[in-house]
Design a protein around this ligand. Structure first.
Ligand code: NOJ
Length: 743
């Protein structure tokens, strides 16, 4: 292991498998330990406990004198810039930087230790400029664009004095009923890991002290996305192999990318609340993942240990959380009220407190907060941010169906109907604290701006209309603006049915019965159940809640100014009753692998249970043809693999259609026989490439140890000899494969 600039080059030698891997672990917080320890040596116990306390100023109920003296006495390590526990859908005021700079001045000039406070806010998928919801932007499969957009977000956030964001949310999820699935990267651990890396790099950049850098927070660690039944804040049962192979990888990638902070999750795993779990917060996060930053609780999650039946009272909650490895207490005042006494009574050791303080100070030092404690504006180009938001929104949108009706002609007469014709707020999506609905173009405006000679006949509510209505008899084609409100998504907003609302279903039926060419544009945050809807529409564009530029990006796609290129990062089930439905399942011994089309009726007697749209799926206005994959070897020596050797799999992709277009080429593996059953397909590589019409591109993937192994129940990475099928294609159902043997 050695140091290079601020980064640690890390070799893991696993004696059992003789396996080593070269990892570049991001920013190293531990290098600030000496300075942190020096500060700690001068602190009183009370001041140390203050560093572990995060407050919301709303708890002071406008009594600013008390707030200021509380800070002056060294009781506050951090302030959350939110006024309520579920900030995602509750309106929050904008951040008043001058006011927070004034409070910071008290901490750095008037408190005895002069330690700056760190301000955190939920800057999730945008600030003033809002980008697609994470589940949508995962569908872009464009890491560099995501990274660029998250850097833009950082620029806007720091300009409001925000130096720490509670993002990215990395909860893998198999249940679209869960309102929070939309905040995360979807169902696939590999996508989760790539998204994690892109977001952390985008927010933090290479240098945390840079003026346009913001500290990221990987959340919700751990397993929150497995909340039973899609209910929020609910229990989970997760085996250790599922944990290591499915849930941990995105967090591992975030840590590797240098994420400064991690937020613990509300849920329990197998009966142990994560907030109070040494196994999750220390043994896995610190020892296995090598995380060096600090852990913040979720809002009031420390005190909830008592309600979860895991701690006796608030003092016990405090002891359990701190000793588990939870450093900063968000908003429930457990630490500030109990910790000093617990130490004085000999119930908690002061060295445990010191360790938590040290981790927090290391992050504050790493981000240069002591040298630059105040919020200051940075120059950024809003027009460029909006252009990037539109580009990412367009790449996130998925063309699910097209029988030739799209793209629309700009001189066509178009009927525009549905509840999302004039809607603005929902287009931004949940967890939009600072974006403005008023500044967000609606679909009507966007469609209007595209027409050249055509006319729009518009109705913004579903309403009843018949053959004689203007919309029907004057339009060449009808576009239905369908979807769901942002208020059916986000924290504490789960649903039990992922279908379109009844009035929208009636609207689709009505249009269908009138025999008009109909396009559905669906503004939604989760995959909705489209059985009974899709067959009545001639084309479907899944536009998601894609942020500030949702409507413009959707209109660009409808009129062919942008060729669609999004691919689903989550499976679309036909109906709610098919949940959970995800692609990387293990094989059944009986004929029920319905996802892959083998006797699908054996899954349920009352319905076909194959996905409506599988993982990785999306159409274009052009067509791509894949050659059979080629590999530079048919076998590889096990020891060569362990020593870092890889092989190359490549495929030729031809654009045989009429448009230049982007295609996300996907590589999946199947480890045919293993000591633990491996999934039928596992995504291990993707590359999005622009292919001009009439041309062919060769796309190559290097496949090595990091793609062929898995984690056992102890969290050790193992590779086993045997045959591996390597699939390369346009989505997870591809049968385009080659076999390589590890011998
Ligand atoms: C609760 C949410 O679970 C979390 O995602 C958020 O960051 C915090 N509240 C702070 O608002």
């Amino acid at each position: 292991m050695f140091l290079l600039k601020n980064h640690l080059i890390y070799f893991i030698i696993n004696k059992d498998n003789y396996f080593f891997i070269l990892e570049v672990v991001g920013i190293m917080y531990k290098q600030f330990e000496e300075r942190a320890e020096k500060i700690i040596s001068q602190m009183t116990l009370k001041e140390k406990v203050g560093q572990l306390n995060q407050i919301t100023i709303t708890s002071f109920k406008n009594d600013f004198d008390s707030l200021k003296s509380f800070i002056r006495e060294g009781n506050v390590g951090s302030i959350i810039l939110a006024s309520s526990a579920t900030a995602g859908n509750d309106p929050q005021g904008h951040v008043n930087m001058e006011f927070y700079n004034e409070l910071q001045k008290i901490a750095v000039e008037e408190s005895r230790m002069k330690i700056p406070m760190i301000y955190g806010r939920d800057v999730i998928h945008g600030h003033r400029t809002v980008y697609p919801l994470p589940l949508a932007s995962a569908a872009a499969f464009n890491d560099s664009l995501v990274e660029k957009c998250y850097h833009n977000i950082a620029e806007e956030a720091v300009s409001d004095g925000i130096r720490w964001t509670f993002s990215p949310m990395l909860d893998l999820c198999h249940d679209p009923r869960w309102g929070r699935m939309v905040e995360g990267p979807g169902e696939d651990p590999y996508v989760g890991a790539r998204v994690a890396e892109a977001c952390v790099k985008g927010f933090q950049g290479d240098d945390l002290t840079a003026k346009d850098s913001i500290v990221a927070c990987a959340k919700h660690y751990l397993g929150y996305g497995a909340s039973e039944g899609g209910r929020d804040y609910f229990r989970t049962e997760i085996s250790d192999t599922t944990l290591y192979n499915t849930i941990v990888p995105a967090f591992r990638a975030a840590v590797k990318a240098g994420v400064g902070t991690v937020m613990s999750s509300f849920n329990d795993i197998n009966g142990t609340p994560v907030t109070g779990s040494k196994k999750y917060l220390s043994d896995i996060l610190r020892d296995k993942l090598k995380f060096e930053g600090f852990v913040v609780s979720d809002w009031a999650a420390v005190e909830q240990l008592a309600r979860q039946g895991y701690a006796e009272d608030r003092a016990d909650c405090t002891k359990k959380a701190l000793e588990a490895g939870l450093d900063l207490d968000m908003c429930d005042k457990c630490y500030i009220e109990n910790l000093e006494k617990l130490v004085l009574d000999g119930k908690v050791s002061e060295s445990t407190v010191d360790l938590a303080v040290k981790r927090i100070l290391c992050v504050k030092l790493a981000m240069g907060l002591f040298d630059r404690p105040y919020g200051e504006k940075v120059d950024y180009d809003r027009a460029e941010h909006l252009a990037d938001a539109k580009a990412l929104a367009a790449e996130s949108m998925v063309l699910l169906k097209n029988n030739g009706v799209l793209p629309l002609k700009k001189d066509a007469n178009i009927g525009l109907v549905g509840p999302f014709v004039t809607e603005r707020r929902s287009l931004l999506g949940t967890w939009t604290l600072d974006g403005s609905a008023d500044e967000t173009p609606n679909f009507l405006e966007a469609m209007k701006s595209k027409l050249r000679g055509g006319k729009l006949f518009c109705r913004d509510l579903s309403g009843i209309f018949d053959n004689s209505s203007t919309i029907n008899y004057k339009s060449d084609v009808v576009v239905l603006a369908l979807g769901e409100s942002y208020l059916t998504t986000g924290e504490a907003y789960s649903v039990s049915d992922i279908s379109l609302s009844k009035d929208q279903l009636e609207l689709v039926d009505k249009m269908h019965s009138m025999g008009k060419k109909t396009v559905g544009v669906i503004f939604s945050a989760r995959p909705m159940a489209l059985e009974g809807v899709a067959d009545k529409l001639d084309a479907i564009v899944y536009a998601w809640h894609s942020g500030s530029e949702t409507a413009n990006a959707a209109a660009d796609i409808l009129f062919g100014d942008t060729v669609p290129s999004g691919k689903t990062a989550v499976t679309f089930p036909r109906k709610t009753g098919h949940i959970p439905l995800y692609y990387n399942i293990t094989a059944s011994g009986r004929p029920v692998d319905g996802y892959y089309g083998v006797n699908p009726q054996n899954n349920y007697v009352d319905s076909v249970a194959t996905p409506m749209y599988p993982f990785g799926y999306g159409l274009s206005y052009t067509s791509f043809e894949y050659s059979a994959p080629k590999c530079d070897t048919t076998e590889i020596e096990y020891n060569d693999l362990l020593n870092g050797k890889s092989f190359t799999v490549s495929v030729d992709v031809a654009n045989v259609g009429d448009y230049d277009g982007k295609e996300t080429v996907q590589l999946y593996i199947r480890d045919k026989v293993a000591s633990i059953m491996r999934p039928i397909r596992e995504l291990k590589g993707y590359e999005k490439v622009l292919i001009e019409k009439g041309t062919t591109k060769t796309v190559s993937f290097s496949v090595g140890a990091e793609s062929l192994g898995f984690y056992n129940e102890n969290g050790d990475y193992v590779i086993e000899k045997g045959e591996f099928e390597i699939f390369v294609g346009a989505n997870c159902l591809t049968e385009n494969k080659i076999t390589v043997r590890v011998k």
